[in-house]
Write a new protein. Structure first.
Length: 293
């Protein structure tokens, strides 16, 4: 479906709201060129052949940040379109927190909550899962681990049920697959929920994200008004440094965004000198203005 100028204005407004929230949390915006030379480390993007070399148009920003990362600890955010093999992609906004102590996923989850609330989106929930829980559960059946993780990604237990493994193991995997609650018995997950302290956040052990760079805890964000995740993220590592982050689907958010704005002070332009002097004063204070024409 072709988007109108109003659609793009709405995306820009959402981006500006998110930019304000991310900056309040101490994140710095990173901007990448649209085209980057191909590297197997960089995911997604649409391939382009030029001057006997392959390039990628608008690839995944997280993998670009991982590849370009230097040695210091840093908080970054991005707002960009991401392509995945075609000419049209997804508009994403997200943060990356690199080089901070392990277990720092609390902050990205809380930042995501405040970002959604800043858009007037209160009706959502966040499901948190753990790759490590599944690694431990499949330690005795490593030869079938790929089948198990593929079934998790597809949310279909049938391939696991067909595996030639003991029934007791299938029952254990079935319980993990279907667990959703606020107390799991897994210390890392339970502590995370305790610190985040939000009734819209749940432990869902069936939640697994398909991107290969995640190391343990992952999460997905849903709204009952949208039929797919509106965001997600998790823990990963850059070299020896722990990292965590998330992305938000801005097009999905545009369906939920209320568009409510802070009251704007309108100034008459009958006396333009006074009007623009007052407008400058208010803008310095962070107060929205409009000089009427």
């Amino acid at each position: 479906m072709r988007r109108s100028i109003e659609d793009y204005l709405r995306l820009a407004e959402i981006g500006n709201r998110l930019r304000g929230v991310f900056e309040l949390w101490g994140y710095r915006e990173v901007t990448f060129p649209a085209i980057e030379e191909y590297s197997p480390e960089i995911r997604k993007g649409t391939k382009l052949a030029y001057d006997n070399r392959f390039h990628l148009i608008n690839p995944d920003p997280t993998s670009r940040i991982m590849r370009a990362f230097s040695d210091e600890s840093i908080r970054l955010f991005y707002i960009t379109e991401v392509l995945n093999g075609s000419t049209r992609g997804e508009w994403q906004a997200g943060i990356e927190m690199i080089g901070f102590p392990e277990g720092s996923l609390v902050e990205p989850i809380v930042v995501a909550i405040t970002a959604l609330e800043a858009l007037g989106v209160d009706e959502f929930y966040i499901d948190i899962g753990s790759l490590e829980v599944w690694r431990r559960a499949t330690e005795e059946i490593k030869e079938f681990r790929d089948v198990v993780f593929s079934a998790l990604i597809k949310r279909n237990f049938e391939p696991i049920d067909r595996l030639p493994i003991p029934e007791e193991k299938k029952e254990e995997l079935w319980r993990l697959f279907n667990f959703r609650g606020r107390k799991s018995g897994f210390e890392k997950l339970d502590l995370l929920l305790e610190i985040v302290d939000d009734e819209r956040v749940f432990i869902d052990l069936g939640t697994v994200r398909p991107l290969p760079y995640y190391t343990d805890i992952i999460f997905e964000i849903y709204s009952p008004k949208v039929g797919k995740p509106i965001g997600g993220g998790g823990e990963y590592s850059v070299g020896e440094k722990p990292a965590a982050g998330f992305y938000l689907d801005m097009v999905a958010l545009s369906r939920l965004y209320t568009g409510k704005t802070r009251g704007r002070t309108r100034l008459s332009s009958k006396d333009p000198v006074s009007a623009y002097r007052e407008a400058k004063r208010l803008v310095k204070l962070g107060i929205p203005v409009e000089v009427e024409r």
